[in-house]
Design a binder for this molecule. Structure first.
Ligand code: 5GP
Length: 329
């Protein structure tokens, strides 16, 4: 047994210090990014915020809203088997994720990105699956995860991933940390995995744990190339589900609700996700505009004229702890 004494941070453990800026308006901030990927050598341009591939939020209607903003939708996994055409619109803003058993389905879809998505990206079986997907699809931009450490980020990249998805346990409807004690504070995971990936010219997605546009800003400021959100997009008109008494259901993909819906109970696996009721929030477009406005505003506070330079301009200040320490990033 080992104990790592170094403090690891969540989004709520830091704030970003304001800095002098020459900008006069948040309208001057460019949120669009162009990423060129290591193995596929393809380029993608857009606003790098993506919907989680969860039943309630990874829907065709959400895709319409997000792609208008040049943001990415990760369709809920069941569409991979029976609804790929619902996300075809000629735009380049879809990332299909599937499990290890879905490699053959994944290899047939044509989208900006494809990805392998498992709760625990640390198994040899998963690394072998990433290698297999890369062999089958040499020119595809491939994402893989989830992991939370630099060593495993590099292993997945060397196995063929262009983008590594980072986050174990931070999700708003995830109960992994409670059920298993496993996890890693998300901001530190993002900072460490981004450092590992960028050294190899690869990219990362910060997945889960963003409860506000401020958290999304902190993820980008920590080095994330993409940020994936689930709960923040839940409860909207574009979500799957009904509004009852002013609320909508939102459930984790490893929750009892998801297992019932997809009929994938088995004797050795319990739920590691929960079902919550979210107040109905109306149109997703309003929420998306609010999120983008928050990111733009943050950039003006630190003097970054684009999302690309936000991380360079960031100084995090530790809060909620006895000592306030400043981390130059
Ligand atoms: P959120 O943005 O809601 O905080 O987090 C979304 C992320 O939570 C998803 O992209 C996925 O990685 C994770 N997630 C979704 N459902 C579950 C679940 O049932 N259990 C766990 N452990 N994680 C989940």
């Amino acid at each position: 047994m080992l104990i790592k004494e170094e403090i690891k941070l969540d989004y709520s453990d830091v704030l970003i210090r304001p800095k002098r800026s020459t900008m006069s308006s948040r309208g001057e901030v460019c949120l669009s990014r162009t990423h060129k990927f290591l193995w596929s050598t393809k380029e993608w341009t857009g606003i790098p915020v993506m919907s989680a591939n969860m039943d309630t939020v990874g829907t065709p209607s959400m895709h319409k809203v997000l792609s208008d903003h040049k943001m990415i939708t990760c369709p809920a996994r069941h569409f991979l088997r029976d609804g790929v055409e619902k996300f075809k619109d000629g735009k380049n803003h879809v990332c299909w994720f599937g499990g290890i058993d879905e490699i053959s389905h994944l290899s047939t879809v044509s989208s900006a990105f494809i990805g392998l998505d498992v709760a625990n990206g640390y198994t040899i079986r998963f690394v072998d699956a990433v290698k297999k997907l890369r062999e089958k699809c040499p020119n595809a931009t491939i994402a893989a995860g989830n992991v939370v450490t630099g060593d495993m980020t590099q292993e997945l990249i060397l196995a063929g991933a262009d983008i590594v998805k980072v986050g174990i346990g931070p999700g708003s409807v995830c109960t992994t940390r409670i059920k298993t004690g496993i996890g890693y504070p998300q901001l530190s995971a993002v900072i460490e995995c981004a450092d590992a990936a960028h050294g190899l010219n690869a990219h990362i997605i910060a997945d889960g744990g963003c409860n506000s546009s401020g958290d999304i800003v902190k993820a980008f400021a920590g080095g994330a190339d993409f940020v994936m959100i689930g709960g923040m997009l839940a409860g909207h008109d574009e979500c799957e589900g009904v509004v009852e008494n002013g609320v909508m259901e939102f459930y984790g993909m490893a929750s009892e609700s998801a297992m019932n819906k997809h009929n994938n109970h088995n004797s050795y696996r319990g739920a590691e996700g929960k079902t919550v009721k979210i107040p109905h929030r109306g149109k997703a477009d309003d929420t998306v505009k609010d999120i983008l406005s928050g990111i733009r505003s943050a950039c003006t506070y630190v003097g970054a004229n684009s999302l690309r330079t936000l991380s360079k301009c960031t100084t995090f200040v530790r809060v909620n702890n006895t000592h306030n320490t400043i981390y130059e990033h």
